[in-house]
Design a protein around this ligand. Sequence first.
Ligand code: ADP
Ligand code: ASP
Ligand code: MG
Length: 411
Amino acid sequence: MALIVQKFGGTSVGSIERIEQVAEKVKKHREAGDDLVIVLSAMSGETNRLIDLAKQVTDQLVPRELDVIVSTGEQVTIALLTMALIKRGVPAVSYTGNQVRILTDSAHNKARILQIDDQKIRADLKEGRVVVVAGFQGVDEHGNITTLGRGGSDTTGVALAAALKADECQIYTDVDGVYTTDPRVVPQARRLEKITFEEMLEMASLGSKVLQIRSVEFAGKYNVPLRVLHSFKEGPGTLITIDEEESMEQPIISGIAFNRDEAKLTIRGVPDTPGVAFKILGPISASNIEVDMIVQNVAHDNTTDFTFTVHRNEYEKAYAVLENTAREIGAREVSGDTKIAKVSIVGVGMRSHAGVASRMFEALAKESINIQMISTSEIKVSVVIEEKYLELAVRALHTAFELDAPARQSE
Ligand code: ADP
Ligand code: ASP
Ligand code: MG
């Protein structure tokens, strides 16, 4: 008999009908003999709706109160599923994060899980109950409700699996696994049988929101066997694994990630003296703005140009800080662009293969897509391009790295 943690996402519990379907599925698993802990998201759209309500009251959202509001979405689905199970004769009980005691730090809206009390859950499992836990939420040491950041139910699932030393954490969603790229954008995308934690972490960090980044970090750290599956279609899904050997035999590139969340800022004609980067980025970081990619041009005329990207939400703030810096250090001008996108190729196979980046650049050149910025690490290459070319770029790269699914026979 195994202990499995199963997390169902927003669309999978998006209506009463879907919740009944999940209950049927859980019932079947339970009858097969496994101990089950179920983690749920709010109904799809509900968290956004709750945030909008708060925004109608004030544009100065109070993080603590926002957590009190948004945590209600998951409280509804856990009780509905639990009743649907009991109706089917499956003993079950629901718990909020506070009731389990999923202890987090006090960083409202983006809290980190510190500790999980497993006593109650273990006692219920022993009594033969299915335990249904609200995802996305916890409680800090002072008893304040906290939430874990958007998509945080994945992290609740993985953290519970780690705390309970579960045999597997299964993430049920509206796709049947992790694909070579977002299947909504590239219909030729292929499901991966396996992907390493390291690759999945890069994919998630670079924009593939199929799993929350922290859930992958957690799974890697505590070595939780993690699988992404379709909620209502049978299939093996995708296993996220530490086993790099077998993945090495797969293509050099495992996947392509992209995001439209960034914006680019440039400061031109900066007097080129030691400490330029610090003078420019110091005030940005002092304003709590995170910088992603950075390019400094070779100086000529004793001045240099400096470009970096930030999250699009922080563009206006960063622009104001940079204009201020430009005045102070005597730079010529500040400009910016919010219509950019970042496309990244990811794969552990890159470590043992040369020429991967140039193959990427060649594929983009063939489509006449201009590369504005580049950054690389051991297992990824990212480029910034004009946003309007994003889908074309992802498709071109998908084909260039031979990731396309074999064409279907016409019927
Ligand atoms: P849930 O509500 O179940 O948590 P999400 O919307 O958070 O579901 O995640 C599933 C979505 O992630 C899919 O519908 C898909 O469009 C998107 N996605 C992005 N990149 C990928 C990828 N590489 N593989 C699979 N799905 C991806
Ligand atoms: N309901 C939360 C959100 O929409 C958490 C989750 O679904 O994982 O972000
Ligand atoms: Mg999600």
